[in-house]
Design a protein around this ligand. Sequence first.
Ligand SMILES: [Zn+2]
Length: 430
Amino acid sequence: MNYNYRYRLRPSDALEERLAWTVDTCRQVYNHFLHRLNRTDQTSAYSEQKLLPSLKKWWDDLKSVHSKVLQKVVQRLYDSLSTLRGHKENGYRVGTLKWKAPGEYRSFTYSQSGFELKNTSGRTRLCLSKLGEIPLTFHRDLPDDAEIKTVTVKQEPTGKWYAILGVETPDDPPEKPENPEKCVGIDVGILKYAHDTDGTAVESLDLSDERERLERAQRDLSRKEHGSSNWKKQRRVVAERHADLKRKRRDFLHKLSNYYAREYDLVAVEDLDAKGLVELPGNSRNRAGAAWGRFLRMLEYKCEREGTHFVAVNPRGTTKECAACGVSTDKPLWVREHSCPACGFETDRDANAARNILSRGIKKRLGGGRSESTSSESRCDSDVRTRAALSSTPVETTLPADTPVSAKRVVETGSPTLKREGVSPSGRVG
Ligand SMILES: [Zn+2]
């Protein structure tokens, strides 16, 4: 499996200058090939990469950049292009690839060769061909059998440099249980962050302090003379505050997704692409969409790693449908309770949705290409479970569903450091 590990680089002033120079040269190469792309027919990453050696004949700076790094720049351009095409095919309105100004291009990547991680007498250094040895804070060990495939060097807007090591481990992900026992459906909501079928409601992370600090820094920046050295200093402060927010948000999502992937055999969520998010106004729609998308992607790869089924279901009508009898009732966004006119089932709006998501998830997994014998066997199994889940009446579900858990508490129970001990992927099932 593939993972990314991120480490802080501590380059000397001279090296830092070299790194910045390399980033800028790569940016110019990117712009060069973008220009060609817009004016030449029938180009491809492969055909353009073959032009690099002849480019070096007149573009002297390129001789000081490792050839794999330059190839990756071309690759990056064509990767962006195919991402853009993909969006277009999915019906999104897309623009064109933009020329990169200084400051909009922040990283370069070595792949396959040109790098080495050296560890001598307790000090770790990253050796990069054509650049030199950069001290690195090795705060976290790589898995023993990991092989480093790529190294990306990046400068964040805060001015700090990082190395992102793309590693590959040979071990196959653990087998997913044939008959998942611990199943959960998660409804990702607006007021609460997530609501699951086990009655856990996780509140959104409270980042109001961090936001306030960011706003204060931005106000200070606006009072500085544009372009002055105080302004430049303050701009870094603003970037630091942004980074704080981003780090805390990611940390929360990592821990939350980790919790579900480790605790359960099957996790059912709504397929975000199909969920129109239509109930939300513009800006919050974008923000919520981005956060949910990130959460689901994290959850998906962590489930893969832990041997947990991950099922994304069609979200159509999950809030309207009654989890007990299946009758649909219209429900505006501000109605927070589900109260079924047909069968009298009452629960929290999100708890009801989560239960619909789970039953759809269990059905979908059974439908997905498995051998006759096992699927019919487990079909009975899961159908019983689905029915049991559906018929477990109001009395049982309403109580826990309405007890919100603070983000902090779930973060603690889901924390890998607390959970690690005694919870091996195989031991978890039983
Ligand atoms: Zn009902």
